[in-house]
Design a protein around this ligand. Structure first.
Ligand code: ZN
Length: 329
């Protein structure tokens, strides 16, 4: 009899462990999508992330650990639109059988101004966020139809929160005087945000972060700052802020804060979820761009050695060298 009880306990324990192991696994490329998936799947699925929070998905190099993660996945969440150029190879080499959900399915993509490719940052428009979560929810339900009602309920509640977020951003951006609605950041991640909420965008880098800064773009940016008299420019949490800080210093504007572009914030920060990242960005943008002229700071005294001056100087030297080489022919 005693043996019999042990058998039953062992059996129960084994089944318990088995059900735990059978929990489906979702692998997301970036933290915005893993956060969305958590909101819908709750604790019924394991949710894993390839590019860690705070990492830069444009420049990411997959590790052997990622290949293992992808092999064990049941569902992979991918943004597409050139965001994760490294994913195709990772999936192919790992030989995973996982289904892939293109979370941007059905979104009208913006064409990059600098490259002949689509702009990947579609999540910056909260209405696109609604499309993302619909695609994720459909993928989750297809993976585990038995719990459809649970996922649908979570999805509906989450949907309302994102709709409210969209209204909040519109209402807040409207507080910025029209002439000051210019958002200057490190890389071109805010075009969708600008199109939806009515802000003009300028950045030092293009839609990706892997290019070098072009002198021409830098000079253009400085001209925009001077002409528009914007009170603040912004850094990004996933990009080294040094350059933007220097531009701000040279041009007598402040850095209005660090914005979340390609990753949510670390746990405990003001942007540690998809909803909070857009909300925190909006609050920083509104606070920065509604600063009064009296709050402006003077350009640095060392203006003679500013970036712009050095660059213009270099351009002149280059032009003169070119002219001399022509003359000597
Ligand atoms: Zn980006």
């Amino acid at each position: 009899m005693k043996n019999y009880t042990i058998y039953i306990i062992t059996f129960l324990l084994l089944t318990a462990f088995q059900t735990k192991a059978e929990k489906p696994t979702i692998v997301a490329t970036a933290s915005m999508f893993s956060d969305m998936a958590k909101n819908i799947a709750g604790d019924k699925m394991n949710i894993e992330l390839i590019v860690p929070v705070g990492g830069d998905p444009h420049l990411y190099k997959p590790t052997p650990k990622d290949a293992k993660m992808v092999v064990n996945a049941d569902l992979i969440l991918q943004n597409g639109l050139t965001f994760e150029g490294w994913l195709g190879e990772l999936i192919e080499h790992s030989g995973t059988k996982a289904a892939t959900v293109l979370v941007t399915e059905g979104i009208n993509p913006i064409k990059s101004l600098t490259y002949d490719s689509p702009d990947p940052h579609a999540w910056m428009d909260a209405r696109n966020g609604l499309k993302y979560i619909e695609n994720i929810k459909n993928g989750i339900v297809a993976l585990d139809p038995a719990n459809k009602d649970f996922y649908e309920k979570n999805y509906s509640a989450y949907r309302i929160e994102i709709e409210e977020l969209d209204e909040y951003i519109q209402k807040e951006i409207a507080k910025i005087p029209a002439a000051q609605r210019i958002l200057i950041t490190s890389h071109d991640a805010f075009q969708y945000y600008g199109r939806r909420y009515g802000i003009q965008l300028e950045s030092v880098l293009g839609v990706s972060t892997d290019a070098d800064v072009q002198t021409q773009d830098l000079l253009h940016l400085i001209e925009v700052i001077k002409k528009s008299k914007v009170p603040a420019i912004f850094t990004e949490t996933t990009i080294n802020p040094k350059q933007m800080e220097q531009i701000a210093k040279d041009n007598g504007v402040v850095v209005g804060g660090s914005l979340y572009a390609d990753s949510i914030g670390k746990p405990g920060t003001d942007g540690d979820s998809y909803i909070d990242m857009l909300k925190a960005n909006t609050d920083k943008i509104v606070a920065g761009l509604t600063r009064k002229a009296s709050e402006q700071i003077a350009p640095t005294a060392s203006g003679g050695f500013s970036w712009a001056t050095i660059l213009i100087g270099l351009l002149l030297v280059g032009a003169m060298a070119f002219m001399f080489s022509k003359m000597n022919r």
